[in-house]
Each structure stands twice: as structure tokens, then as C-alpha cells.
Design a binder for this molecule. Structure first.
Ligand SMILES: Cc1cc2nc3c(=O)[nH]c(=O)nc-3n(C[C@H](O)[C@H](O)[C@H](O)COP(=O)(O)O)c2cc1C
Length: 162
């Protein structure tokens, strides 16, 4: 997962450096341009146990702005947006690792610096009692849930950074 490239960014942007759990710090460029969720579609991906992307559908590729080749094998954190608190991702991993389904709201970062909100579920793929990987299916998030999540995540981020 390399740094983002300013030449791929659309519009005005702000630079951030994200510290990742399992990879090098990454320079990202973030605009305020929202891409609406594709009506009637589901955005689907699967990861291995380390959170590296192993499968995805076309809607996932289209919304990320990356090509399939750029996504396969990359940490799912390639879509991490700086407005997302770390605690949300910890809750995703803790819940799914215990065999439970997590659902909640995620703001994702696109290759072009823009963002999109999703209502995501994450669940472990368990075969013969063994965890093989994880899956996520994302639906459109309502405007009210997006507004609620924005306010909550802003508070959580402030706490994490204080
Ligand atoms: C199946 C699955 C799907 C995930 N989808 C996303 C996603 O869409 N966006 C995202 O930022 N993180 C997603 N994550 C969480 C990432 O694995 C990671 O925890 C998060 O991006 C923060 O990574 P970092 O701590 O390495 O920066 C997903 C995890 C799993 C298991």
C-alpha cells in the first residue's frame, strides 16, 4: 500500500499521514467531494485473516476508484479515511473475530481523494469451525445515519487525538 499520488486527486485536497496497524505510514490526499452510493447495488469484498483484500465485486472496484489489480492483495486499510476513528475498526475486528456480525457506518477514501459512506456488515467466514477470512457487504446509508455517524466519529476522533 504505497502513498497516494497527488496527480490522481480531483479538486482541492488536504494532505495527511496515516499510521497503520500493520503497514508503513501512508501519505494520503483528501478532498471534500462525495461520490453517492450506487442505487440498488451492494459493495462486497472479502479479506484473508490479515485484512488483505482477496475478492471484490464490480461495485467495490468502481466506488474505490482503483483497478482490480491495484486492490487485490492490498490491506483493506487502503480505503481508510482520516475522519474514521480507530476504535471503529477495532470493534469490527473484535466483533468478527468472536464469530459475531458487526454492522455500522463507514466513510471510505477513494483513489481520487473523494469519499463515500456505506452501511457495512462484516462477518467472519467460518468453515468446519475454522476462520478462513472475513466478508463485508455494504448497503446505502441513510442521510440521517450519515449525519449521526459524522457527529459521533468527530467526537471519537477528538478523544483519540487528545
Ligand atoms: C471484511 C473487512 C472489510 C473491511 N472494510 C473496510 C473498509 O471498507 N474501509 C476501511 O477503512 N476499513 C475496512 N476494514 C478495516 C481494515 O481492515 C482496517 O482495520 C482499517 O482500515 C484500519 O487499518 P489500519 O489500522 O491498518 O490503518 C475492513 C476489514 C474487514 C475484515
Amino acid at each position: 500500500m504505497g502513498n497516494m499520488s497527488p496527480e490522481h486527486i480531483i479538486g482541492d485536497y488536504t494532505e495527511y499521514v496515516l499510521q497503520h496497524f500493520n503497514s508503513e505510514p501512508r501519505t494520503i490526499y483528501v478532498s471534500k467531494i462525495e461520490t453517492p452510493f450506487p442505487a440498488g447495488k451492494l459493495i462486497v469484498s472479502r479479506t484473508d485473516l490479515a485484512g488483505n483484500i482477496t475478492h471484490m465485486n464490480q461495485a467495490f472496484i468502481d466506488m474505490s476508484g482503483y483497478s482490480e489489480a491495484e486492490l487485490i492483495g492490498q490491506p483493506h486499510a487502503i480505503l481508510r479515511h482520516p475522519d474514521m476513528p480507530k476504535a471503529v475498526f477495532k470493534e469490527i475486528w473484535d466483533t468478527a473475530s468472536e464469530g459475531n456480525k458487526w454492522h455500522g457506518y463507514v466513510k471510505n477514501l477513494r483513489k481520487d481523494g473523494g469519499f463515500y459512506w456505506v452501511h457495512a456488515t462484516v462477518i467472519a467466514n467460518i468453515r468446519n469451525g475454522e476462520m478462513m477470512g472475513l466478508s463485508s457487504v455494504r448497503r446505502q446509508a441513510s442521510m440521517s445515519k450519515i449525519a449521526e455517524s459524522e457527529a459521533l466519529y468527530r467526537k471519537m476522533l477528538e478523544q483519540e487525538q487528545s
